[in-house]
Write a protein that binds this ligand. Structure first.
Ligand code: NDP
Ligand code: AKG
Length: 448
């Protein structure tokens, strides 16, 4: 029989030949494959089952036309996707991203990551992802509504509370979820569990808006505690200024750290006394303006064009919360030189492979996205539970459950890494633990 290494290499090579152009997807595979060879060496039956080749192939992908009419009466056309990656342990579950960069490679990498992330939550949810190359920026509410209605008119054929349950991601917040759910209800009937991240009066869960950012900081806090450190007195940089970033900043401040910079895709603000969360929320959540508007209300802050990971000031903790591959090798070396001893990921795959290699070489703490940002989907699963039970938990109840889930995910990563002889490598811990869980379930269900 093939050795584990030969098997992993052969599956990766085949994927590279089949999906040559899908660079984000292949990157996600490589990051995962590099860590799981020891598991395959210990469980050769998984090689006989050809588990990897089965796992990396999405169960199905829908791609569809989304026509809509803009405020000038002109017909626009976007492309919609839903990748139903893996439903072995529960219904497909994962967000929808509206961003001009969306393509099949990005949808597949996100669906692949989601499958393992969802395993780590310990909740019965499979993996999926979807979205569109539609750009909500600069569109009126009515344009966004018409787009969402057209998108859902097609998507509703493929989803259901026990089948596939979408939610938000980049460019999709409670406004978009409200419009999407409204259209689903018009075509079908009220089935609260068909989508999560709903506005509270439509059956949403308290705490879902905050969950990814808070969960990230709870996970980071566990990593810091394990290293006899804490957020107290730390200077923190958070990239992005969207949903995940805002609530990560809020929680860091509650735990005694100071977030000195955050960003959008054009530039970043530096506020040495700490980003003012109330102002940031007003600018981004209420007024939906660019980050530069923060300066009108906080003139002491400064604005700089470019990537926040070029920041001149020293800092100790990096929380990337914007997008994939925002930290490359150059940025990683820069932040290490600035004194960073912990990188914990709120965005999906924000560090490229060379950046991750830099973290490992420097021996700093590294919290990978599929573990550290699992709080959002975990609370989405709690929203599904509340919808099924027809009750609503308080914010405190949801937050307590989130804290517990993030602590358990951390312990799973820590203990699995130790058991496989790579103590402190939370990337290996996350990949191995989630792989073992899904592989066992896939073997149990037979070759389907
Ligand atoms: N929302 C959730 O519950 C979860 C989100 N995530 C991940 O967290 C990350 C952020 O998502 P979320 O906060 O929800 O999204 P939002 O749309 O609320 O915010 C995204 C932020 O990232 C910035 N950004 C997006 N694309 C780029 C880019 N190409 N270059 C630089 N900056 C960019 C945006 O700036 P600009 O406004 O200029 O575009 C904005 O500040 C994503 O990776 C997402 O997949 C992970 C788990 C759950
Ligand atoms: O809440 C969800 O279902 C999905 C969140 C998400 O898209 C993610 O975890 O990347």
């Amino acid at each position: 029989m093939q050795t584990a290494t030969a098997y992993v290499n052969a599956v990766y090579e085949k994927a590279c030949q089949k999906d040559t152009e899908q660079k984000e997807f292949l990157q996600a595979l490589k990051e995962f494959f590099d860590t799981i060879t020891p598991v395959l060496a210990q469980h050769p039956q998984l090689i006989e089952e050809n588990i990897l080749e089965r796992l990396i192939e999405p169960e199905r992908i829908y791609q569809f036309r989304v026509p809509w009419t803009d405020d000038q009466g002109k017909v626009q056309v976007n492309r919609g996707f839903r990748v139903q990656y893996n439903a072995t342990i529960g219904p497909y579950k994962g967000g929808l991203r509206f961003h001009p960069s969306v393509n099949q490679s990005i949808m597949k990498f996100l669906g692949f990551e989601q499958t393992f992330k969802n395993c780590l939550t310990g909740l019965p949810i499979g993996g999926g992802k979807g979205g569109s190359d539609f750009d909500p920026k600069g569109k009126s509410d009515r344009e966004v509504m018409r787009f969402c209605q057209s998108f859902m008119t097609e998507l509703q054929k493929y989803i259901g509370p026990d089948q596939d349950v979408p939610a938000g991601d980049i460019g999709v917040g409670s406004r978009e979820i409200g419009y999407l759910f409204g259209q689903y209800k018009k075509i079908n009937s009220y089935q609260a569990g068909v989508i999560t991240g709903k506005p509270i009066p439509m059956g949403g869960s308290l705490g879902r808006t905050e969950a990814t950012g808070y969960g990230l900081v709870y996970f980071a806090n566990e990593m810091l505690k394990e290293a006899n450190q804490s957020f107290k007195g730390q200077r923190v940089v958070v990239s992005g200024s969207g949903n995940v970033a805002i609530y990560a900043i809020k929680k860091v401040h509650e735990l005694g750290g100071t977030v000195i910079a955050c960003s959008d895709s054009n530039g970043y603000i530096f506020d040495k006394n700490g980003i003012d969360v109330a102002t940031l929320k007003q600018v981004k959540e209420v007024e939906r303006k660019r980050l530069t508007a923060y300066l009108e209300k906080n003139p002491k802050a400064t604005y700089h064009e470019g990537n926040v990971w070029q920041l001149e000031a020293n800092f100790t903790i990096a929380l990337p919360c914007a997008t994939q591959n925002e930290i490359d090798e150059v940025a990683a070396k820069h932040i290490l030189a600035k004194g960073v001893f912990a990188v914990v990921e709120g965005a999906n795959m924000p560090s490229d492979l060379a950046a991750i290699a830099c973290y490992h070489e420097a021996g700093i703490l590294y919290g990978p996205s599929k573990a550290a940002n699992a709080g959002g989907v975990a609370v989405s699963a709690l929203e599904m539970s509340q919808n099924n039970l027809r009750l609503s938990w308080t914010l405190e109840e949801v937050d307590e459950k989130l804290k517990e889930i993030m602590k358990t995910i951390f312990l799973t990563c820590r203990n699995t890494a130790k058991a496989y002889g790579v103590a402190g490598n939370y990337l290996s811990g996350a990949n191995i633990a989630s792989f073992l869980k899904i592989a066992e379930a896939m073997v149990a269900q037979g070759v389907v």
